[in-house]
Design a protein around this ligand. Sequence first.
Ligand code: PFF
Ligand code: NA
Length: 437
Amino acid sequence: MAQRESWATRTGFILAAVGSAVGLGNIWRFPYQVGEQGGAAFLVIYLLLIVGIGFPVILVEFVVGRHTERNPVGALKQIGSGVWTKIGWIFVTAGFVILSYYSVVAGWTLRYVFLGLQGEYTVDGAPDQFVQVASGLDAVFLHAIFMAAVIAIVALGIERGIELSVKIMVPAIIVISLGLAVYAFTLEGAGEAYAYYLSPEFSTIANNWTQILPAAIAQAFFTLSLGMGVMITYASYLGEDRNLAEDAGIIAVLDTGIAFIAGLIAFPILFTAGIPAGESGPALIFISLAAAFAELPLGGILGAIFFATVAIAALSSAISIMEVVVSYLIDERGVGRVPATVALGVAIFLVGTPAALDLIFVDLYDGFANSILLVLGGLLLSIFVGWIVPDLALDEVSKGVKNIGSLGLAWLWFIRIPVVVALILMVALNAWDYFGF
Ligand code: PFF
Ligand code: NA
């Protein structure tokens, strides 16, 4: 068997993981979740969950990936037994479903790049425009284009495909987002927008926590690419003994930073154009931001730049989802990288096609895969790592760390009880929310 691939550099690994994390979750999903869940109140809970659950769970995935040097299914077969070996299947299924609609939404962003360049954003026509973009053959076509790009990169492999492309994409996303946030700061509505976004009313939290908590945990998992084995897979190509906690920290900070900045871009633009942030749901950045761009000087160009950034961010995430499933086919089934990528790409394209034809499926797929599968996957993996293979986990987090002291143990016990208990509660709340019982 050919030697397994690996990252060429440490930076390559970090950029790939950051590229996976930073995506539609930050720029599309995060602002509309903030809008739906009452502004700053949501932000506070979300930040707490990133630090308290997101960061430790990134490490959970890292230790499994680096230790086994396998795809998620193979990794659990190697170190687990019995039912535990089945967790990998939740990951692969989640990846399949998520990528299928993720690509559809990414296709819309491509369309909005062209609409901006052609000067076609409108205020009154924005809702109709969105409906046209988001459903029908046009959306299927753009979904196909996006999947083709994903296939092309992943087919080239870890070093020449993923690593090389993220070295360009991730810095571009960071620089352009910062530029847009500075621009948004100069807008008239910025002050009011910051107040809405940044000063929480604690009564909102107290009254709505049964809504806010599940929404915030689903967002935290989605945004950090957790609960479906991306971080297992990426860490499986590490090979050397690096300080995993440090890398996990960098990823969490950069991802949270970009989501936060996306809010600093979106809300001033919306407030300046007088468009409510709370009501549009998944259409928020499309209908509302496009309408807002229509009102601003040079809005078409700015909008095109904004949506192009979103599309690039989506691409660097989509390749990571694809890599989970591809690595499974390569490691476990002995399929070659190129045929595995092409076959999967086509299958995912087909599963996503209903979502391109009818918006309903986007919500349905998103709700099921995010709120249920990701959080459940993260919970089961945390139980497994914390309770079933603790020695291996402790050993693995300590590698590459100069003076770990009792920090490793602290992490382990944190996973074992607070994280697991919190995640059980969240899975229950999410299931209640999704299935309505
Ligand atoms: N983290 C990505 C984002 O925020 O857009 C989405 C994502 C990627 C979710 C990979 C899950 C995943 F496994
Ligand atoms: Na993200």
